[in-house]
Design a protein around this ligand. Structure first.
Ligand SMILES: [Zn+2]
Length: 70
């Protein structure tokens, strides 16, 4: 199973940024540079508000999300 992504809001500047749930290194805010998530060996520890969980399909093209499955 592929890891999830999280939409995280930076508590310092309110930038919203997608963070990989199993990040293997520190994830810094693209705007102000504060650390949004830290690796723990498993799921990353996210220090800021998680707005939304973005599930990623394990097999599929980037356009899959726009296709309505019957
Ligand atoms: Zn920030």
């Amino acid at each position: 199973m592929a890891g999830n992504f999280y939409l995280v809001r930076c508590g310092d500047c309110e930038n919203e940024q997608v963070v990989f749930g199993k990040a293997s290194s520190d994830v810094a805010c693209a705007v102000c540079g504060t650390t949004l998530a830290r690796p723990t060996g498993g799921n990353a520890e996210i220090d800021h508000e998680v707005i939304e969980t973005v599930e990623r399909r394990s097999a599929g093209s980037p356009t899959d999300g726009e296709t309505v499955e019957q």
